[in-house]
Design a protein around this ligand. Structure first.
Ligand code: CP
Length: 315
C-alpha cells in the first residue's frame, strides 16, 4: 500500500479488518518489520486518539516515531505558488514537505478543513502537497473531507460485535455547540458502503452529506424511525455541507438518549470521540454496557497497525 488517504486505497476492506484483528491478537508479531524506519506525524490540529494510537501502532511494528505540531513548533507555512513571501509565512510547503521526506519513511498528516471555503477544502491542499513534495508514502490522520483510520477502526469494532450477518447501522447527526467537519461521517459512509451492513443516515433537513459520499445511501429524516431495530447507532455532529460550515440547529431534540436507544435491537452506541456528554449523548447511554466507544478507540491501534504493516511491506 503506497498511501492511505481513503477507502479507495484499500482493495479489500474485509481482509484489512481481518488483519487488524490479527494484530490485536498478537501485537508484536511483526516487531522487526519497521526496524530502522521512521514515521513522522504532522499535526495541524489537536488530537488525542489519533496521535497516541498511531504512535503505538508504529512502535509495535518496531518503527521510530517523530511528531511535529505545526501550530506551536513549526514555521508558519505558505501553500500558494508564486507568492512573494513577505508576510507571516516563513516557509513554503514545497521545502517543508521535502524536508519531511528527508527525515521520514512514512508520513502521517492531520489537516482539518477551514469550513469557510468548500472548494478549497475539497482540494485537500495540505495533505495533497505533502504527498506531492515529500516523495514518501502518506497516511491521512484526518483530512479536510475524510478520516479513514477512524473508519477502519469503526469497521473492525462492528465486525467484532455483530450478532447478525447483516446488521442495521444508523449514522445519526447529533447537536454540538461548534461547527465540526464532515470528515468522520463522510468517511464512515464510504467505508460502510463497502461493508456487509444495512446503513441508514438520519439528520435534520439541511445537514445532507455530500452526494459523492452518500450516493444511494438511504436518508431517514425521522430519527426515531431510523433507530427502530438498529444494531449499531453511530452518533456524530457535523456542520452543514450545503450552507457550508453553518450550524443550523443545536437543540437537544437530536441528542442520543437511553429512551431512544430502547427502540433499537439491543443496539451498540458508537462515537469516534471526543464526545460532549449530555449534548451529543446522555450519560445514561455513554455509561451503559451498550456504549462501545472505548473498544472503538482501542481498535484505533490495531487498525492503524494493519495499514502501516502494508505500507512498510511496500517500501
Ligand atoms: N477520533 C479521533 O480522531 O480522535 P482525536 O481527534 O483525539 O485524534
Amino acid at each position: 500500500m503506497r498511501q492511505f488517504l481513503s477507502v479507495h486505497d484499500v482493495d479489500d476492506v474485509q481482509a484489512l479488518v481481518a488483519e487488524a484483528r490479527e494484530h490485536k491478537a498478537a501485537p508484536f508479531a511483526f516487531e522487526d518489520l519497521g526496524r530502522r524506519r521512521t514515521m513522522g506525524l504532522v499535526f495541524f490540529n489537536a488530537s488525542l486518539r489519533t496521535r497516541l494510537s498511531t504512535q503505538r501502532a508504529a512502535q509495535n511494528l518496531g518503527m521510530q516515531v517523530i511528531v511535529l505540531n505545526t501550530g506551536q513548533d513549526a514555521w508558519q507555512l505558505e501553500f500558494s505558488d508564486g507568492t512573494v513571501m513577505d508576510g507571516g509565512s516563513a516557509e513554503h510547503i514545497r521545502e517543508a514537505a521535502g524536508v519531511l521526506g528527508e527525515y521520514c519513511d512514512i508520513i502521517g498528516v492531520r489537516a482539518f478543513p477551514s469550513l469557510k471555503d468548500r472548494t478549497a477544502d475539497e482540494r485537500e491542499e495540505v495533505i495533497g502537497n505533502i504527498v506531492r513534495f515529500s516523495g514518501r508514502p502518506v497516511v491521512s490522520l484526518e483530512s479536510a473531507t475524510r478520516h479513514p483510520l477512524q473508519s477502519l477502526a469503526d469497521c473492525m469494532t462492528i465486525e467484532e460485535l455483530r450478532t447478525v450477518p447483516r446488521p442495521k447501522v444508523v449514522l445519526t447527526w447529533a447537536p454540538h455547540p461548534r461547527a465540526l467537519p464532515q470528515a468522520v461521517p463522510n468517511s464512515f459512509v464510504e467505508w460502510m458502503r463497502k461493508s456487509d451492513v444495512d446503513l441508514v443516515v438520519t439528520h435534520p433537513e439541511g445537514y445532507e452529506l455530500p452526494p459523492r459520499f452518500m450516493e444511494d445511501t438511504p436518508v431517514e429524516y425521522d430519527q426515531a424511525a431510523a433507530f427502530a431495530g438498529a444494531h449499531f447507532v453511530y452518533a456524530k455532529n457535523w456542520s452543514s455541507y450545503e450552507r457550508y460550515g453553518d450550524i443550523l440547529r443545536s437543540d437537544a431534540e437530536w441528542m442520543v438518549t437511553a429512551e431512544k436507544m430502547a427502540a433499537t435491537d439491543s443496539g451498540k452506541f458508537m462515537h469516534c470521540l471526543p464526545v460532549r456528554r449530555n449534548v451529543v449523548v446522555d450519560d445514561a447511554v455513554l455509561d451503559s454496557p451498550s456504549s462501545v466507544v472505548l473498544q472503538q478507540a482501542g481498535n484505533r491501534i490495531w487498525s492503524t497497525q494493519a495499514v502501516l504493516k502494508r505500507m512498510l511491506e511496500a517500501l
